[in-house]
Design a protein around this ligand. Structure first.
Ligand code: IPD
Length: 271
């Protein structure tokens, strides 16, 4: 059985190296493709970062499988890497700082290690299953263990969210957030799901919810949030996923889940 400590060390090293590569073209990259809508862009650097990550992972562990946002699934094996080479592509395109490289490792289908590197925060968030969540930041002397905020009611909570790209989905998400906004301290839309989940872990926001996230957006950040004490899930006892990804400390999770379920926030039109 692979040691999660070895997996997280590799995840962190490759995420940082890809982050360095991405820094070179930050705010200057060319769009090469659109996906679910004309606003859902892919830059040359999404592809370059994923190529680098795949090369490094396979050089270190040639028998592993990899699921990447741009390259899809390759290989089979006990260990599968789940990679978002550039989460927050629109931030990256515009030169905003909230973008990240996200690398998670599953063993037999369970995420056991994850790293999210946020180069312009000079920060790498990591976690192993049962080993806690950690932040290695240039602003701190040494890595520090993370704990999400707890003991809050919804009316006092700072809630992060995100929006999909298709216009119809956005219109519906706008109606949901309009109903949430008067019931919370405030809303943040930072632009990268992996960073939002790490922000829950670090207590920089109190909760995060979004419909339409992909597995590579949330695999590493979800583990990091859970290891910092948050619950992650959908609205009806399900796993976090495309229908809904919600993360918060258990009490706040329940209150926000009930509100979002009453709004059918996990049953919005996808397009
Ligand atoms: C997106 C970001 C964004 C979220 C979208 C994601 P991408 O990922 O995480 O914050 O709202 O749902 O698709 O397209 O930048 O990799």
């Amino acid at each position: 059985m692979p040691d999660p400590a070895d997996l997280v060390a590799l995840a962190s090293a490759v995420a940082r190296e890809a982050g360095e590569l991405l820094l070179a073209r930050h705010g200057q990259a060319a769009v090469v493709q659109t996906k679910s809508s004309p606003t859902d862009v892919v830059t040359e650097m999404d592809h370059a970062a994923e190529r680098l990550i795949r090369d490094r992972l396979l050089a270190a562990r040639p028998d592993d499988a990899i699921l990447g946002e741009e390259g899809g699934q390759t290989g089979t094996g006990l260990v599968r890497w789940v990679v978002d080479p550039l989460d927050g592509t629109v931030n990256y395109l515009y030169g905003l700082p909230g973008w990240a490289v996200s690398v998670a490792a599953e063993v037999a289908g369970v995420v056991v290690a994850g790293a999210v590197c946020v180069p312009l925060q000079r920060s790498t968030f990591t976690a192993t299953l049962g080993g806690g969540a950690w932040l290695d930041s240039a602003f701190d002397g040494s890595p520090r263990r993370l704990a999400c905020n707890s003991g809050l009611e919804l009316r006092d909570a700072l809630v992060a969210t995100g929006f999909g790209y298709p216009a119809g989905q956005r219109a519906a998400q706008g109606r949901v957030v309009a109903a949430v906004l008067p019931r919370v301290r405030d809303i943040r839309r930072a632009g990268a799901a992996a960073v939002d989940l790490c922000s829950v872990a670090a207590g920089r926001v109190d909760a995060y919810y979004e419909q339409g996230t992909h597995y590579w957006d949330i695999a590493a950040g979800g583990l990091i949030a859970r290891e910092a004490g948050a619950v992650t899930g959908g609205l009806r006892g399900d796993e976090p996923g495309e229908a809904m990804t919600l993360a918060a400390d258990p009490v706040l999770f329940a209150e926000l889940r009930d509100l979002l379920a009453s709004l059918d926030a996990d049953r919005l039109p996808a397009g």
